[in-house]
Design a protein around this ligand. Structure first.
Ligand code: DL6
Length: 816
């Protein structure tokens, strides 16, 4: 038995097999004859990790040697998806591992299925961060991701009697072979206590401390010699105690407080309906940024001997407002530990930080109560006050703005309960602020940040989101990857997605249309088998697969999708002999645990699914499936199988969306509103290849301004009224007739009733086109051909050029 000889960067199957068996025996201590599939997976992950490790270590050396300016991407969420298959594909090792497992009498695909999918994120924001890490590595950009290693992820969603039940997600139970534990990389993080302002700088005497300990996950570049780290922090009780109790000799209560603090890294998004939940969330955010900023400074001081060079060396990117406390934390360290004057520290921060806004929804714009912050982070609150004072006196007042304007732009919101506006702090400290799609960035400047745009217009910019074709085609849809390799003359498209453009020449070729239709059909069969196996529901792969998978939220309007399903059901029952296009409606997504309306929507979908799927009169013309526990790996299974991609948010509400890009890239057609990146997808694919419906942002705003009344629409559309009444009066919940009364008869904040008719009409157009396979598959090919712009490689190039001013590692800098 041997492990690799490290001279050979591309081992053959025999060497891989030996390495897997070696890991099984000597790292895991398991006899091959007793090994379970999960053991084989762990052994194989160790074997694959070995092959990335040299790149990982040498990448760090290159960065040090050439003093590469580095971007540190701070995010409370990373939805990385499974690591194993992705790493094999990125390193061109899939064939060798497949063969090695064959020789061991095992199947690589089955073994890969054993990997847990770390749910360290909530939705699009976390998955975007993961796509960006893949692109950063592949483009050789010096970058480190920082996040939290939540022990129980977000939650595991089970559906019991139609209802969402949240269970802990035990993703670490089988070990996590892809991450390196770094017990020596630990930083103390402090909370609470008092601030002694009789000194300068003021002295913070914290009441509690906890250690942040690092785990590093390798992010391998596609086809390259580079691998970047994702550093995830976990909370550890170390030799740090509740200082006050400990000094008083009360060992046990100091330990108790420590245990409580360890919950910091337990779950993502603790239910914030309670004050305790909110406090935990604030602690988590500070925990992430404090450990990361300390680490960033330590890394900088390995390369340079002065703190003053920090802005030349370091760019820190704030992924939404969640890590915004990094700003006062860096200020604190520069002032309190390095004795820099406030102005100098502030000037450095303004060069270092940049911020992405991911939503205009007021509920998601974080504000923290001044009282809570005073208790938990007194020194940071003090610094925020000073930043605010400096901003108002040096930036705002000299321009002659009045008190009303000052009240609006102040970081501190006055009112019954004073609050710290984190987005304001982010904008004031950052040299660049970007939105994530053209329409969103425009709205950001004209609405949410209009006052700041008046103060510093050059600060605002747009970087439209993108997705990585490595994960979303090569890993998720290997048959489509082979199809593209064949027709594009190789796999260059994987790192230059604009090559898809060449498909435009082929879209009228019937053979190619058929070939693509077969790729799609195979993916649909694969999904149908999963649904049969896991849910015992039979679906017909020849039906149109109509898919909406995303967080459940009122603005995303899953309930409008339901209105259409019920309307269609009614139409079929009214006219059973018409030539109906069979459809399978597939939905998936999690509802935040404290968000009752979203949970009701899940229940409604499941009630309707049960009812319709058991109604023999519809003869399989409609099937409705809600697939539990939406995750990256589930998306990898569902997206390749979709014919129709539902992107139906109310115009102006979805910042960008990224599943819209993944679907189109996999040859699904979009039915969508003029919202988020749908607008740019329309521009790229052309109006004949997408189904656009619904009110525009301007029309939506006019309706709001005129006092939107849902009954103006319900009362004027008998078919809509019928659907609303059925649901509201219990047609699908006979055991509890009023279950959905409130869901149907609320103020309809997101105007589903206003858009209903136009949605139904667009759905009729979908049926019509699907009936003409030549036209449908032509449109699908046109969609794929024009997705080059939506690669996350393009987004990252935009960030590097416009925001971070970062140069990738050059050919010459790579080791020979
Ligand atoms: O930018 C990534 C992603 C966008 O595509 C979605 O449109 C947007 O909803 C999402 N935003 C968030 C932030 N909300 N919170 N909290 O997840 O970002």
């Amino acid at each position: 038995l041997t492990t690799y000889d490290y001279i050979n960067p591309k081992p053959d199957a025999e060497l891989v097999r030996k390495s897997i068996v070696y890991k099984l025996i000597f790292i895991l201590g398991i006899d091959p004859k007793d090994a379970t599939p999960a053991d084989w997976l762990n052994a194989a992950m160790f074997a694959a990790r070995d092959l990335s490790t040299e790149n990982f270590l040498s990448t760090r050396q290159i960065h040090e040697k050439f003093k590469k300016r580095t971007v540190y991407y701070l995010s409370m969420e990373f939805l990385m998806g499974r690591a194993f298959t992705n790493s094999l594909i990125n390193q061109d090792l899939y064939g060798a591992f497949e063969q090695a497992f064959k020789e061991l009498g095992l199947n690589l695909a089955d073994i890969s299925e054993q990997e847990a999918d770390p749910a360290l994120g909530n939705g699009g924001l976390g998955r975007l961060a993961a796509c960006f890490l893949d692109s950063l590595a592949t483009l050789r950009v010096p970058a480190v991701g920082y996040g939290i290693r939540y022990q129980y992820g977000m939650f595991k969603q089970e559906i019991v009697d139609g209802k969402q039940i949240e269970k802990p997600d035990l993703w670490l139970d089988n070990g996590m072979a892809w991450q390196f534990a770094r017990p020596a990389k630990r930083f103390p993080v402090s909370f609470g206590g008092t601030l002694d302002t009789s000194h300068y700088p003021p002295r913070w005497k914290p009441a509690e401390q906890i250690n942040a300990v690092a785990y590093d996950e390798i992010v391998p570049a596609f086809g390259g010699q580079i691998a970047n780290p994702l550093r995830l922090w976990t909370a550890h009780t170390g030799d740090l105690f509740n200082l006050a109790s400990f000094n008083e000799g009360d060992y046990f209560s100091s330990m108790e407080a420590q245990m409580k603090n360890e919950t910091i890294a337990n779950v993502l998004y603790p239910n914030d309906a309670t004050a305790v939940g909110r406090e935990l969330r604030l602690k988590q955010e500070y925990f992430l940024v404090s450990a990361s900023v300390q680490d960033i400074i330590a890394r900088h001081l390995c390369r340079y001997d002065s703190i003053h060079t920090l802005p030349e060396d370091v760019a820190i990117h704030l992924n939404d407002t969640h890590p915004v406390l990094a700003i006062p934390e860096l200020m604190r360290i520069l002032i309190d530990d390095y004795y820099l004057p406030f102005d100098q520290a502030w000037a450095m921060c303004q060069k270092i930080f940049s911020y992405t806004n991911h939503t205009l929804m007021s509920e998601a714009l974080e504000k923290w109560s001044v009282d809570m912050m005073a208790q938990l982070l007194p020194r940071h609150l003090d610094i925020i006050y000073k930043i605010n004072h400096h901003f108002i006196e040096n930036v705002v007042r000299p321009q002659g703005y009045d008190d009303d304007f000052i009240r609006r732009v102040s970081i501190i919101e006055e009112g019954e309960q004073r609050q710290v506006r984190m987005a304001w702090l982010a904008v004031i400290a950052s040299h660049k602020v970007n939105g994530v799609a053209k329409i969103h960035s425009d709205l950001m400047v004209s609405s949410l940040f209009a006052d700041f745009a008046a103060l510093f217009p050059e600060r605002f910019t747009n970087v439209t989101n993108g997705v990585t074709p490595r994960r979303w085609i090569a890993v998720a849809n290997p048959k489509l990857a082979r199809f593209l390799d064949k027709h594009l003359g190789g796999s260059g498209w994987l790192t230059d997605l604009n090559q898809l453009n060449q498909l435009n020449k082929l879209v009228d070729n019937k053979d190619i249309q058929n070939e693509f239709a077969n790729v799609k059909h195979a993916a649909k069969v694969r999904l149908a088998e999963y649904i049969q196996r896991e849910m015992n529901i039979t679906i017909n792969p020849n039906a149109l697969f109509d898919v909406q998978i995303k967080r459940i939220h009122a603005y995303k309007r899953q309930s409008m999708n339901v209105l259409h399903i019920v309307h269609r059901y009614n139409q079929i029952l009214n006219n059973p002999n018409a030539d109906w296009q069979p459809r399978v409606f597939i939905l998936a997504g999690k509802a935040a645990s404290s968000y009752n309306e979203a949970k009701q929507t899940i229940r409604l979908i499941n009630d309707i699914a049960y009812f319709i799927n058991h109604d023999e009169r519809v003869r399989d013309l409609i099937k409705v499936v809600f697939i539990p526990n939406y995750s990256v790996s589930l998306a990898e299974l569902i997206i390749p199988a979709a014919d129709l991609s539902e992107q139906i948010s109310l115009a102006g509400k979805e910042a960008s969306g990224t599943s819209n890009m993944k679907f189109a890239l996999n040859g699904a057609l979009t039915i969508g509103t003029l919202d988020g990146a749908n607008v740019e997808i329309l521009q790229h694919v052309g109006a004949e290849n997408i189904f656009i419906f619904g009110n525009t942002v301007e029309q939506v705003q006019t309706l709001y301004r005129n006092g939107y009344n849902p009954y103006d629409f319900i009362d004027n559309d008998p078919e809509l009224a019928q659907v609303v009444n059925q649901i509201a009066q219990g047609a699908f919940s006979p055991d509890e007739p009023h279950r959905y009364h409130k869901l149907m008869h609320n103020r309809d904040e997101f105007q589903r009733y206003a858009d209903f008719r136009s949605y139904v009409n667009a759905q009729a157009q979908v049926d019509k086109l699907y009936r003409q396979p030549e036209k449908w598959y032509r449109a699908a090919l046109v969609n794929m051909a024009n997705m080059g712009y939506f690669s996350s490689d393009r987004s990252i190039e935009d960030y590097c050029r416009e925001i971070w001013r970062i140069e990738p590692v050059s050919e010459q800098e790579l080791p020979r």
